[in-house]
Design a protein. Structure first.
Length: 272
């Protein structure tokens, strides 16, 4: 008799099993929504799927007066621009500092405590300072994302590089490698899949910081739209926007995972 721990579902079975909880949640929401609306047709807490579809239809047909784009498209492009720029700055900073701290012990002793201190500061608490220093435009929102995720990425990459086998560096030095060659030829190639993994893990916090910044001071963006309509209890708009953010996050995660597997198959236990 096969034990449950020994059962390995195939690709199709994994998709089916992964979709079952989501389907169950949708069925539960449908039943709860219909029950509430049967008792109170004006209920706004659990809008019906039809009401949400009507709200989404308005946002994919109406145009934003500031950009002359469809509202949903304008909000999505604004948020993705801020998110991409913030994560890009954080990734570049983490790559450089992680490489430096991981390879050079003196730099690690000098800068690691500062990075650790910055990492424990709640980024949301820094948001008013960023608004005062950088203003209410894009710079403060992008800076919040970068400051929020970069310290953790730096610590992760620096720890990864510092934990590489010392024999690799010793053999490279035996073959005549200098400091830059150790960093660029030994440490950097092994860092890249770890960097992509760090970016994937930072997507969730980055979205939180983005929505918080857009909610406080913005006139466009997914977070701005959610907090704009909350005063009207417009759950028929909020829930589809939350679902759309989730879809974007899942797509970004899948894209990063695909790039990592294609570019660095050895890091995933497979060779092409």
């Amino acid at each position: 008799m096969r034990r449950l721990i020994d059962v390995r579902p195939g690709p199709g079975a994994r998709v089916l099993l992964g979709g079952l909880p989501i389907l169950a949640l949708l069925v539960f929401y449908f039943l709860a929504s219909e029950t509430r609306h049967a008792a109170n047709p004006a209920d706004k807490v659990l809008p019906t799927f039809g009401a949400m579809a009507a709200a989404v239809r308005d946002f994919v047909t109406d145009r934003d007066p500031a950009t002359d784009r469809v509202v949903l498209v304008a909000d999505t492009l604004a948020s993705l621009y801020r998110l991409g720029l913030g994560l890009g700055i954080a990734s570049a900073s983490a790559l450089l500092l992680g490489l430096l701290l991981g390879v050079v012990p003196v730099a690690r002793a000098l800068l690691a405590p500062t990075v650790a201190v910055v990492a424990v500061i709640p980024p949301i608490a820094v948001l008013p300072i960023l608004f005062i220093v950088l203003g209410l435009d894009e710079a403060s929102k992008v800076a919040l994302i970068a400051i929020g995720v970069a310290p953790f990425m730096v610590r992760d990459l620096a720890g990864f590089v510092a934990g590489l086998p010392a024999e690799q560096f010793a053999k490279a030095q035996t073959l005549g490698a200098g400091g830059w060659q150790l960093a660029l030829r030994v440490a950097l190639p092994q860092m890249m899949p770890r960097l992509l993994e760090a970016v994937r893990l930072s997507l969730g916090p980055a979205w939180v910081f983005l929505i918080a910044a857009e909610a406080v001071a913005s006139d466009l963006g997914l977070g701005y739209r959610i907090f704009l309509v909350r005063r009207y209890f417009a759950m028929d708009i909020i829930l589809p926007y939350v679902a759309w953010i989730s879809i974007l996050a899942i797509a970004a995660n899948a894209a990063l995972l695909s790039v990592s597997r294609r570019g660095f198959p050895w890091a995933h236990g497979s060779w092409r």
